[in-house]
Ligand binder design. Structure first.
Ligand SMILES: [Mg+2]
Length: 435
């Protein structure tokens, strides 16, 4: 079998004005849908980061992919990234949003190709992707309610504005309301709050009110994306020692493996053992080894989109298990193709110890490019479909609409700081640590 064509579909999808320490989400998020066809007429799809950078990197791969056997992925990975022993550590890029780190450019590009090839292979051998990569260890994958502080608005621009499902959420009471609404709709059984937006005392209060509302058996996490100093991280860790117990964690409270190691030491010396999770300080295999050595991070937040695809995530799952670390999954604004890729790989990672993140509730049915509409959740989980490949097909009209939206908007790169200045505060700057 040979790859006979590679088609890239840049699209834009509405995104509500969600806040984080990076700034504000733009009215549209950019994605790229990758379509790879074989010479015997089978087509595989994947979804990845959007805009000029990712699109250009994938475009440049076309000559290498045409004529390639889609099964032979390990050699392509090696030729793109070098052997793993050549990869330097310290990939952490505290200032960059996921998808913009130049150090994982090649693993991002490879992942988009690998996942489309695995979808194609699954269809060729009539098996779901999770079976192709070694076999599922679970039939469904649990996701968490991913709460954000947000301004009013549902995303979109001008006449193309989307309904605001959740309203403004900028205080603890509204955070609980948002959680109730999301859990009612999707059935999530774990909660993650994106922090680093309000004063730490208000974010502590948000977590306390969530605990009061949902009880001690719904695990809680908070992720301020390094907005806190080491001292503040320790203070919040102390204040929330009970609320973040029972399967919770503190995610990237402060910047860097050294800072997290020191915050962890100070908390454990107080008898507080809340685990630390990271997708900012730990973004490559050498980072995992360093994080384990210094006990900076106890849970790695994987992401097939930038860790180099599904097989690399399985290696990461194994490495985390070997080092006694937990594993969960990070996410970005995405549609159903990404959600199914995340679900398949998570189903085939034995050492997956926490419900995965997903931004899926923040996207609209109006933008879904999967035929049949939105992927269904039951009790906060997505089941592996009884179909080959990723288990989805494309709604071509919807894909064309996504392309039209992309052509209409002026930007080709995610810039949360610029959005924040334009819509909220003209003088806003990302300051780390802010508190
Ligand atoms: Mg994070």
């Amino acid at each position: 079998m040979k790859i006979s064509s590679v088609t890239l579909h840049p699209i834009a999808i509405a995104d509500p004005p969600l806040r984080s320490s990076y700034g504000l989400h733009a009215p549209f998020a950019l994605r790229t849908i990758v379509e790879i066809k074989s010479d015997d007429g089978i087509t595989g799809f994947s979804e990845t980061y959007g805009g000029d950078g990712p699109l250009g990197a994938l475009e440049a791969m076309k000559p290498r992919l045409l004529g390639m056997n889609p099964f032979r992925l390990a050699g392509l990975f090696q030729s793109l990234t070098g052997s793993s022993s050549d990869v330097p550590g310290g990939h952490s890029q505290t200032w960059l949003v996921p998808g913009e780190n130049p150090l994982d450019l090649h693993t991002r590009t490879f992942a988009a190709i690998e996942i489309a090839c695995l979808d194609l292979i699954g269809k060729a051998v009539n098996q779901p992707v999770c079976e192709v990569i070694g076999g599922r260890v679970r039939d469904e994958v649990c996701f968490s309610a991913y709460l954000f502080y947000k301004h009013g608005g549902g995303g979109g621009i001008g006449s193309d504005k989307y309904d605001d499902e959740y309203g403004e959420v900028l205080d603890p009471a509204a955070t609980v309301r948002e959680a109730r609404q999301m859990i009612k709709q999707y059935g999530f059984r774990e909660i993650k709050l994106k922090g680093g937006v309000l004063e730490p005392s208000l974010e502590i209060e948000s977590i306390r009110q969530l605990r009061q509302a949902f009880g001690e058996y719904v695990p809680l996490r908070i992720d301020p994306n390094c907005a806190w100093s080491m001292d503040t991280s320790v203070e919040v860790g102390r204040a929330l020692q009970h609320e973040l117990s029972h399967g919770g964690y503190l995610e990237d409270p402060c910047a860097g493996l050294d800072g997290m190691a020191e915050a962890r030491r100070r908390l454990t010396s107080d008898g507080i053992h809340t685990p630390f999770a990271s997708n900012v300080a730990v973004t490559s295999f050498p980072d995992v080894v360093q994080a384990a050595k210094y006990d900076s991070v106890q849970i790695v937040l994987s992401d097939p989109h930038y860790w180099g695809g599904m097989r690399q995530l399985q290696f990461l799952s194994h490495l985390c298990g070997t080092l006694g670390m937990g594993l969960s999954m990070h996410s970005n604004s995405h549609l159903g193709i990404s959600l199914m890729a995340m679900t398949h790989v998570a189903a085939a990672c034995p050492n997956l110890t926490y419900a995965c993140d997903t931004h899926y509730p923040w996207q609209s049915a109006r933008d879904e490019v999967v035929e049949g509409g939105r992927i269904k959740f039951h009790n906060g989980a997505v089941a592996i479909p009884d179909k080959p490949g990723l288990g989805i097909s494309i709604d071509w009209d919807q894909l064309a609409r996504g392309r039209e939206r992309y052509e209409k908007i002026p930007y080709r790169k995610r810039d949360d700081q610029a959005e924040m200045r334009q819509h909220v505060d003209p003088n806003w700057k990302r300051v780390l640590p802010r508190w």
